[in-house]
Write a protein that binds this ligand. Sequence first.
Ligand code: SF4
Length: 201
Amino acid sequence: MRWSQEAEAALSGVPSFVRGMAKKAVEDEARKRGIEEITPALVQDVKDKYFTSLFGSKAGKAKEAKSAGHARKEDGCTECGEDQPVAEAAERKGRKIAIIRCEITSETCPGIACMMAWNKRRIHFEGYGPEDELIAMLTCGGCSGRRVARMVEKLKKYGLDTVHLSSCMMLEGDYPECPHLDAIKQSIAAKGVAIVEGTHH
Ligand code: SF4
């Protein structure tokens, strides 16, 4: 895969701790579109589509939340709908990550491989540091994954900025790929949360 000089320059502006993820996302998108040389426009498209909360709007969100007069609270409940933690979450330094996995697979898989990869910062979690937190691990809720958007919205109040889709959602062959993957990804991207495809392989 070729990168133009301008595209490489655009990528170098991405924070180092997520540059590897961003590069992979751009190359995956180029493959999907049949593009042989990566341009700054493609880098920007991927940033806009998947990484807005990481690269574009965090400061703006903190400012927005503060000007809306949200009070600070020690903690809150994802079920109650309170939005007070927004300003606080937007000011945190570490990444806030959630793993979303397949409901069907969860009947037979306790998620150990995902957790081991996270704990050791391996494979799709390389590049994260000790300051980064896994704040939730949840299933899609079953076909067609409709609850993902609602859960992502709730977790954003706690600073969620990146969702890893578990490797079980993307396998093919004997174990079929999730047929709702594109819709699930779109629902996450629409919330301004970054997506990383994969966890432990
Ligand atoms: S929507 Fe996809 S990830 Fe969720 S249960 Fe169905 S196949 Fe699994």
